[in-house]
Design a protein around this ligand. Structure first.
Ligand SMILES: Cc1cc2nc3c(=O)[nH]c(=O)nc-3n(C[C@H](O)[C@H](O)[C@H](O)COP(=O)(O)O)c2cc1C
Length: 289
């Protein structure tokens, strides 16, 4: 078995690297272990050319994307360690993430690989959407996320706390065990629950705490799209709000969910092709000023 740890932070021996290495160290010696830093690969921004949407076409940008994807395909399980930056995901991870549009329809090359995600962040209640965004990268890669570990640690080395290292080691064990729940099985909340500091309501399907709430109590997970509603139930001292969730047809990150999205993008591209001239005329005045 081969486990690959991907570290996005440029900080050498920073918290992401420490967490990744602690997880690798927790794995048995029989496991082949490797760590890569995104810093060492040249990944350019997506050009939104949609050339990759044509079946069988790879991304046309000549950089190191293929090397990173190859490393992932070579591994049996993945550790992703990436810090929160400005409430969201780390810059280098975002560059990689956008380029995953080119593998959206290639789930068979990645599916079945377990993944655990460690996300250091510096300030209490400043995780923003960073944890969810980081986890979404693993899911867009068709990986089976079996554990998420947000870690409050500002300065490099602050992640070295016995309880954190213990949780990191436990998480690494999930890459090996056969009985960890997967989000597709619908019972992932306990495994992927991401909120650590407050008792948030979490999406039961993907574990996200980022929910849109409408005035009539409707709930929508902003990350995976699962819907539900808030119900008021009389509690001992006051009214208590309880979420009730509705099963969706398929999980956004499942093979079927991603294939559906790829078809949607192909339709957008086809629409562009058929209205190209019209759109060109609309854009022309802006090009010439
Ligand atoms: C540019 C930048 C932006 C950051 N933004 C946030 C933030 O929004 N929320 C937060 O909690 N921490 C933020 N941090 C702190 C890092 O998440 C924290 O220091 C983390 O431990 C860094 O991980 P590393 O040691 O692996 O680089 C930021 C750090 C930098 C350098």
């Amino acid at each position: 078995m081969k486990v690959l740890a991907i570290v996005s932070s440029a900080r050498k021996v920073g918290n992401s690297e420490i967490l990744a290495k602690e997880m690798l160290a927790a794995l048995p010696d029989s496991v082949e272990k490797k760590m890569l830093r995104l810093e060492d690969f040249r990944i350019e921004p997506c050009r939104a050319c949609y050339a990759c949407l044509t079946s069988g076409k790879d991304c046309i940008i000549p950089d190191d994307l293929a090397s990173v994807l190859h490393e992932i395909q070579e591994a049996d399980a993945i550790i992703l360690a990436s810090p929160v930056y400005f409430l969201g995901m780390h810059t280098r991870l975002k560059l990689l993430c956008d380029r995953l549009i080119s593998v959206m329809n290639e789930g068979e090359k990645y599916a079945g690989r377990r993944c655990v995600v460690a996300v250091p962040y510096g300030v209490a209640d400043w995780q923003g959407y960073g944890v969810e965004a980081t986890v979404s990268v693993a899911r867009f890669l068709h990986l089976d996320v079996v554990g998420v570990l947000p870690v409050r640690a500002a300065n490099p080395g602050e992640a070295v706390r016995p309880e954190i290292l213990g949780r990191a080691r436990e998480l690494a064990g999930r890459l090996l065990s056969a009985d960890a729940a997967s989000p597709d099985s619908g019972d992932a909340t306990a495994v992927v629950r991401q909120s650590t500091e407050v008792d948030d309501i979490a999406c039961p399907v993907c574990g996200s705490g980022i929910l849109r709430i409408s005035t009539d109590g409707g709930l929508r997970c902003a990350i995976c799209g699962t819907i539900g509603n808030l119900r008021a139930t009389p509690a001992v001292a006051a009214m208590e709000l309880q979420p009730a969730w509705t099963a969706t047809e398929h999980f956004r990150y499942s093979a079927a969910g991603m294939a559906e999205h790829a078809r949607r993008l192909e339709a957008i591209k086809a629409d562009f092709m058929s209205h190209r001239q019209e759109l060109l005329m609309l854009r022309k005045p802006y090009r010439d000023t």
